[in-house]
Design a protein around this ligand. Structure first.
Ligand SMILES: C[C@](O)(CO)[C@H](O)COP(=O)(O)OP(=O)(O)OC[C@H]1O[C@@H](n2ccc(N)nc2=O)[C@H](O)[C@@H]1O
Ligand SMILES: Nc1ncnc2c1ncn2[C@@H]1O[C@H](COP(=O)(O)OP(=O)(O)OP(=O)(O)O)[C@@H](O)[C@H]1O
Length: 295
C-alpha cells in the first residue's frame, strides 16, 4: 500500500535577530521575530514498502546539487520521525525547490518541517504538534517555527521557544538573492569573534507592549546582529544591504512602513513594504530579485 501526502514548505525571514551568549553546546541563544513568506518549496512524501529515496529538483536547485540524500535535512527529519514514532521503515521524498539555497531563508529547515508534518498526517498514531516541535528543534533553530504553520512568531532559546503572533496585513517583499550563500556556522563564528574583540556586552532589552502589533512598530525595532559581520564576508551583501536600507528609509520618510535588511545569517537581503511586488531595485550584477509576499 502507498500513502502520499503533499505539503508546502514556506520560507521565512527574520525581522529581528539578536545573538545572545554561546552556550555549553557551542550554540548561541537567539531572540528572533520570524515571518513566513508565500515563497515555498513543494514536498511530496510517500510511505510504502520500497527502499527510501529523496529527490530534489526545481528552479532553485543549485547546479552542484544538494549533496548526499542522507545528509539532506528533509531525510534527517524523516529518520528522526521514524525513530520517535517507531512506525516508519522507509520513505520516498520528492522536493520541488523554489527557495534559494543557503540564503538565510530557511529552505532546508522548511523542507524538514514539511516532512515532519506530512509524516504525522500519514501516521496511524500521529505524534501531534508538541512532539513535532521537539523533533524539529533538534534539527535546527528554524524548524520549530516552520513546523508550527504560524504566519509569524517571536522565538527564543535555540528557536524552540515560540510565541505565536496573529498575522499582520500582507506586505510585498523583494528578495535580493545571490548564487553564493553564507555558511551559517561561519557567520556565528564571525559574530562571536567580533563581540569578543569589541568587548561588546550582551545588552538588556525590553519590548514595549505593542512592539510586535503593527508593521510601523516592527519597522522601529527591526535589526539583525549578523549585519555587523556578514557584509565583510560577502560582497553582494556589502552592496545590496545599504541599498535596501536606503529604500526603506525613503519609504518611511513618506509615512509608509518599510523594512530593508538581511535575513538570518544571509546572504539574502530584502525590502518589505506595502503595495504590490513589482518595484525595481538596483543591486549588484550577480543578484537575482525574487518577488513574494508575507503570508
Ligand atoms: C540564522 C538562523 O537561520 C536564524 O533564524 C538560525 O539561527 C540557523 O540555525 P540552525 O539552522 O540551527 O543552524 P545550523 O546551520 O544548524 O548551524 C550551523 C552552525 O552554526 C552555529 N550556530 C547555529 C545556531 C545557533 N543558534 N548558534 C550557533 O552557534 C553552530 O556552530 C552550528 O554548528
Ligand atoms: N532540503 C534542503 N534544501 C536546501 N538545502 C539543504 C537541504 N538539506 C540540506 N541542505 C543544505 O543546507 C545548507 C543551507 O541551505 P538552506 O537553504 O537551508 O540555508 P539557509 O536558508 O541559509 O538556512 P538558514 O536560514 O536556516 O541559515 C546548504 O548547504 C544545503 O546543501
Amino acid at each position: 500500500m502507498t500513502a502520499v501526502h503533499v505539503e508546502r514548505a514556506h520560507a521565512k525571514i527574520n525581522l529581528v535577530l539578536r545573538i545572545l551568549a554561546r552556550e555549553a553546546s557551542g550554540y548561541h541563544g537567539i531572540e528572533t521575530l520570524f515571518q513566513r513568506l508565500a515563497l515555498h518549496d513543494v514536498v511530496h512524501v510517500q510511505v510504502n514498502d520500497g527502499p527510501s529515496s529523496l529527490h530534489c529538483d526545481g528552479p532553485a536547485m543549485p547546479a552542484a546539487g544538494l549533496g548526499d540524500a542522507t545528509s539532506n535535512l528533509a531525510w534527517r527529519a524523516a529518520a528522526a520521525y521514524a525513530h520517535e514514532a517507531d512506525w516508519l521503515r522507509s520513505w520516498q521524498i520528492d522536493i520541488e525547490k523554489h527557495i534559494p539555497v543557503g540564503g538565510g531563508l530557511g529552505g532546508g529547515s522548511a523542507d524538514a518541517a514539511a516532512v515532519l508534518r506530512a509524516l504525522d498526517a500519514l501516521a496511524p498514531r500521529p505524534l501531534g504538534l508538541t512532539r513535532l516541535l521537539e523533533i524539529g528543534g533538534a534539527l535546527g533553530a528554524d524548524v520549530p517555527f516552520l513546523v508550527s504553520g504560524d504566519s509569524r512568531a517571536w522565538a527564543w532559546g535555540r528557536g524552540d521557544r515560540l510565541l505565536a503572533l496573529p498575522a499582520l496585513p500582507p506586505m510585498a517583499v523583494t528578495l535580493v538573492t545571490f548564487a553564493s550563500g553564507v555558511n551559517t556556522g561561519s557567520a556565528y563564528g564571525a559574530f562571536a569573534a567580533w563581540r569578543e574583540a569589541a568587548q561588546a556586552p550582551i545588552t538588556a532589552a525590553r519590548l514595549a507592549p505593542h512592539a510586535l502589533d503593527s508593521w510601523d512598530a516592527i519597522a522601529g525595532i527591526a535589526a539583525n546582529d549578523f549585519e555587523r559581520v556578514v557584509p565583510a564576508m560577502h560582497g553582494g551583501v556589502a552592496t545590496a544591504l545599504p541599498i535596501v536600507q536606503h529604500q526603506a528609509a525613503v519609504l518611511r520618510s513618506q509615512g509608509r512602513p518599510a523594512i530593508g535588511m538581511m535575513s538570518g545569517s544571509g546572504a539574502t537581503c530584502f525590502l518589505l513594504r506595502a503595495g504590490n511586488v513589482n518595484g525595481t531595485l538596483a543591486t549588484s550584477t550577480d543578484a537575482t530579485l525574487v518577488s513574494t509576499m508575507t503570508f
